[in-house]
Design a binder for this molecule. Structure first.
Ligand SMILES: C[S@@+](CC[C@H](N)C(=O)[O-])C[C@H]1O[C@@H](n2cnc3c(N)ncnc32)[C@H](O)[C@@H]1O
Length: 234
């Protein structure tokens, strides 16, 4: 696991989303839905701030602080007008009782110690604040196909023909990830003190069809390949 590949593949990451506009829009709608009335937001693993920029421009949702370990991703975020602190979720100082929302969008699978990051998020939140943990669940169709590609070491294998996504996520970035189940992440959130867990999901089409249309998020976590778990600090 790590972020080094994101230094090297930062522009590929952004280009992938630009070419997969329906997937980007589908994921953006999920992230935006979790950030209604989010107050002061800290974004961890904010990458190129692709989502933060769209949240600002399209939904008037402002992210107050960004933390991201890969310089290559942060460089793109800075061009988008965001200040970025270079650090990992595990090493960074998030502050104490400063935020209403801490967002982890698409980064938990790259983090070595999700529990450590969630404990920091808990401390950084004001009472009543929330953490939003969004990722591809290990058990979802995307999680399963990513792990098959990982096991095969390539997307170019007969077992993946006819079922892989149209533009598969770069294999170098698949190699860095370790997807967790929703149940694992939820248990870690509860261990770290979060309560009242809520779930929203999207990307429910089979991976080879997800480029064909934009989906709106729906409650639950039983079919989505992109799932948000929201937990509250009492
Ligand atoms: C799939 S990208 C998501 C980026 C952004 N949140 C988005 O949704 O576009 C995953 C990000 O997690 C970052 N990352 C990897 N390891 C990390 C860690 N230990 N702590 C925080 N972020 C990490 C990567 O550098 C990368 O920018």
């Amino acid at each position: 696991m790590g972020y080094q590949a994101f230094d090297q593949y930062a522009s590929e990451y952004d280009a992938w989303f630009m070419e997969n506009g329906n997937v980007l829009e589908t994921e953006l709608r999920l992230v935006a839905a979790t950030l209604e009335n989010a107050g002061r937001i800290l974004s961890i693993g904010s990458g190129s701030a692709l989502f933060e920029k769209l949240l600002k421009d399209r939904y008037s949702i402002e992210v107050s602080r960004c933390i991201e370990p890969a310089e290559g991703m942060a460089a793109i975020a800075r061009k988008r007008g965001f200040e970025v602190e270079i650090n990992t979720a595990e090493e960074a100082d998030y502050g104490t009782s400063e935020f209403d929302t801490v967002l982890f969008n698409g980064c938990p699978c790259y983090m070595q110690d999700l529990g450590l990051a969630l404990r920091k998020a808990y401390a950084a939140l004001r009472p009543g604040g929330k953490v939003v943990v969004i990722d591809v669940p290990k058990e979802s169709p995307y999680g399963t196909i990513y792990n098959l590609a990982l096991a095969l070491g390539t997307w170019d294998h007969p077992l993946l023909e006819g079922c892989k996504p149209k533009d598969p996520y770069p294999i170098e970035l698949v190699r860095q990830a370790a997807w967790r189940t929703t149940a694992d992440k939820a248990a870690t959130m509860i261990d770290c003190g979060f309560t009242g867990l809520e779930y929203q999901q999207t990307l429910t089409l089979d991976p080879c069809y997800s480029y064909t249309l934009v989906e709106d998020p729906m409650p639950g976590h039983d079919r989505g390949s992109y799932v948000a778990i929201i937990g509250y600090k009492k």
